[in-house]
Write a protein that binds this ligand. Structure first.
Ligand code: G1P
Length: 292
């Protein structure tokens, strides 16, 4: 498997007004935009061919992964090697292709746009506004499950009962391996009393190419959008289509940076663990909390 699809076409309404002119995937977590963490995650799991599905007002995403000659020439002229490295870091990371979603008909529709690029192979799908830590560990584990057991692999995390309505939620059964479950069915953003569990889908998937036919047949669901979760549910309910659907429960952290609280948690956690800033930031944070 070599290909990664990264949907980044959402409007970011949970983060207005910051996302009025700036794609939500460009919000900085310390000094890097979220989308760069996502691409670094793919690369650290050995996947270098990325198709990003974007939309209107998303030009900043293309610019971020392109060369910036004026900036590079200026920094080179000043001999500022450290900053030059920061600027060029995103450029050579991966082979990134861009495609626009066109009609904003939902995540399932955005993913269906990847069919021509992906072809008849399994591929990884990484939502562009989610950061996982340690970077790449979860995706590598998911690729291992796929290589060993085949089928579809979906990352899950336990969320609070009140939060189930914000995510796709899975009904699961255990396997002989801890951290790996079998998904029996999934439901997109259920009301808390209808949720089959508190295990949420967290935006990391290894998908078989059969998903494209299923997406083509998927009718608008929750929010009148074509929901990826609905197509995945078809896979889970009929294993003759593409094998079992596995859930891998994350053994680390994940941050949905489109959510304000999770975004702040990502910034604080990542800043606190940075070699360059961490010690000073942690000391300030301790003093700040003591004053409160
Ligand atoms: C999407 C998926 C949902 C998943 C979530 C993870 O929802 O439809 O199943 O749990 O991403 O963030 P969205 O956040 O785009 O509304």
């Amino acid at each position: 498997m070599t290909k990664v699809v990264v949907p980044a076409a959402g409007m970011g309404t949970r983060f207005l007004p910051a996302t009025k002119a700036l794609p939500k995937e460009m919000l900085p977590v310390v000094d890097k935009p979220t989308i760069q963490y996502v691409i670094e995650e793919a690369v650290s799991a050995g996947l270098h061919d990325v198709l990003m599905i974007t939309g209107r007002n998303k030009n900043a995403l293309e610019n971020h992964f392109d060369r910036a000659w004026e900036l590079e020439t200026t920094l080179l002229g000043k001999g500022d090697v450290a900053k030059l490295k920061d600027v060029t870091q995103s450029t050579g990371l991966a082979q990134i292709h861009f495609l626009r979603q066109g009609d904003p008909l939902g995540l399932g529709h955005a993913v269906s746009k990847a069919r021509a690029h992906v072809g008849n192979e399994a591929f990884a799908l990484l939502l562009g506004d989610i950061i996982t830590e340690p970077l790449g560990a979860l995706l590598r584990q998911m690729l291992d499950v796929h290589a060993t057991h085949g089928g579809t692999v979906i990352a899950l995390a336990e969320v609070k009962p009140d939060d189930v309505a914000a995510y796709g939620i899975a009904d699961v059964e255990p396997t002989e391996q801890s951290g790996r479950v079998r998904i029996r069915s999934m439901v997109e953003k259920p009301a808390p009393h209808e949720a089959p569990s508190q295990l949420a889908i967290i935006g990391r998937y290894v998908l078989p190419p059969q998903i494209f036919d299923l997406l083509d047949e998927t009718k608008p669901g929750k929010g009148n959008e074509i929901q990826l979760t609905d197509a995945l549910n078809e896979l889970a309910e009929d294993e003759s289509i593409a094998g079992p659907v596995w859930g891998v429960i994350i053994d680390g952290e994940w941050y949905d940076t489109g959510d304000k609280l999770a975004y702040l948690q990502a910034v604080v956690t990542i800043a606190a663990s940075r070699d360059d800033l961490g010690a000073e930031f942690r000391a300030w944070l301790r003093a700040f909390i003591d004053q409160k």
